[in-house]
Write a new protein. Structure first.
Length: 436
């Protein structure tokens, strides 16, 4: 089947060798008058504040449902990054040559405190995929060893795993997790059942890119570590900071890579890689530079000349979102995703890929497109996505997930009316296409 070349690359798009045959959600406080999960998805949440979209730099007139791809920058964070750029250009030697390591530590400090990471246990990188690559490059694999992922793996990570395995004469394997999913328990059972005596590392998504589903990583990690021969787990947490409560140090993973430019709203190029202390001596940045062999934190503190303004602006982005209230932001976005998911499924009369109560969702939701749009070919899908943007002012990814789906992200600047308009536009296009 067609494998879409897109950030939200989907399930089943790239067959791999070794294919083998959730109530769950981070603590959600029910608002007044709401006593159970089904009520969470029954109505949209009220706005946190009126006119919040004006604080972002998004193009007016565009309904932007793709925060999950590259994030979106608040104007205050954009201004803060520009201020750093000016300072770096005014004093390049003082700030880059002499004070870089100290400034990087200052940028890391609030991130570590917020996400449960010691400053010495994580390094800043450009994106989660870069962090995953650094971890994979540290592995000492032998012929016959296996790297395992699921069919929901982000395609860039899939390719990195294939490359790593191929160079060592090892094998890249995927365990298929078919849709729809009814609960997280089945995911845990399927993943743990795919481990073999040859499995060296499991790479698991915390929130999957193609579907936006929350995977039960805590249970999966525990199952991997409780085996007679424990299996290290590399968690791709690209979408998690700012979407779900997170304490990296308590998860028990071997490696955790995540983005800060998505739901934390930091500048593009802001991400981190956390590594369990006993594994740090083998892990190096993707770019080897002056401090090789001087310790994990020091190596990641200097990775050659680059635009450091993204990293130095991370604290301002965290401050901006904290002013809205992190718990309120996460709760609002989750409730909007749960409601939008149910609303779109019911209006389009399609089978949901996860429970309608939103129990397996964070701040994104993926819905099957109605007939006949679900049967498009690759060219038709690309044309539809461009048409949605150019003709209707809608930016939303179309993703292949055993059929064509649409993935909506829910950030505080989105409104319920936007999702209702999206439903109407897709209904109109589907009716016109059916008449053909």
């Amino acid at each position: 089947m067609f494998s879409p070349k897109y950030e939200g690359e989907g399930i089943g798009s790239a067959p791999a060798p070794c294919m083998s045959g959730m109530e769950y959600h981070p603590s959600v406080r029910y608002p007044p008058g709401v006593s159970n999960r089904s009520q969470i998805s029954a109505v949209p949440p009220p706005p946190l504040r009126d006119g919040l979209v004006k604080q972002w730099m998004l193009k007016p007139g565009i309904d932007f449902f793709n925060h999950g791809s590259f994030g979106a920058l608040p104007r205050a964070v954009f201004d803060a990054q520009n201020a750093w750029r000016l300072r770096l250009e005014a004093e390049p030697i003082e700030l880059i040559g002499r004070r870089c390591e100290d400034l990087v530590r200052e940028a890391k400090k609030p991130v570590g405190e917020w996400l449960g990471m010691n400053e010495s246990d994580f390094g800043l990188v450009t994106n989660a995929t870069e962090g995953v690559n650094a971890a994979l490059q540290s592995l000492s694999l032998a012929p016959g060893d296996e790297l395992l992922a699921t069919s929901h793996v982000y395609n860039a990570v899939r390719q990195a795993m294939r490359h790593t395995a191929r160079r060592a004469g090892a094998e890249y394997c995927e365990v298929k997790i078919p849709l729809p999913l009814r609960s997280p328990g089945g995911i845990t059972e399927t993943v743990l059942g795919a481990l073999t005596s040859r499995t060296r590392v499991l790479v698991i998504d915390h929130v999957t890119s193609p579907t936006g589903l929350v995977f039960p990583v805590e249970q999966i990690i525990a199952g991997c570590m409780n085996r007679k021969n424990p299996v290290d787990v590399l968690v791709d947490g690209a979408h998690v900071p700012g979407m779900l409560p997170l304490n990296v140090g308590k998860l028990g993973a071997a490696y955790y890579a995540a983005n800060l430019h998505k739901w934390v709203c930091a500048p593009k190029g802001s991400a981190f890689l956390w590594v369990r202390p006993d594994l740090q001596p083998a892990v190096h940045p993707a770019v080897i530079s002056h401090h090789l062999g001087e310790g994990f934190s020091r190596e990641f503190g200097w990775q050659g000349t680059r635009d450091l303004s993204s990293w130095f602006t991370i604290p301002r982005a965290m401050e901006f979102m904290a002013e809205l209230g992190w718990e309120r932001v996460m709760d609002h976005n989750h409730r909007m995703a749960a409601w939008a998911h149910r609303m779109l499924v019911e209006r389009w009369k399609v089978e949901p890929i996860s429970p309608l109560d939103g129990s397996m969702l964070g701040s994104t939701a993926t819905v099957r497109l109605p007939d006949p749009l679900d049967g498009m070919d690759a060219a038709q899908s690309a044309a539809l996505q461009q048409r949605l943007y150019s003709e209707f002012g809608i930016e939303v990814p179309l993703v292949w997930n055993e059929g064509w789906t649409l993935r909506v992200s829910c950030q505080v600047y989105n409104t319920a009316a936007q999702y209702e308009r999206l439903a109407e536009v897709i209904e109109t296009i589907a009716r016109t296409s059916a008449k053909g």
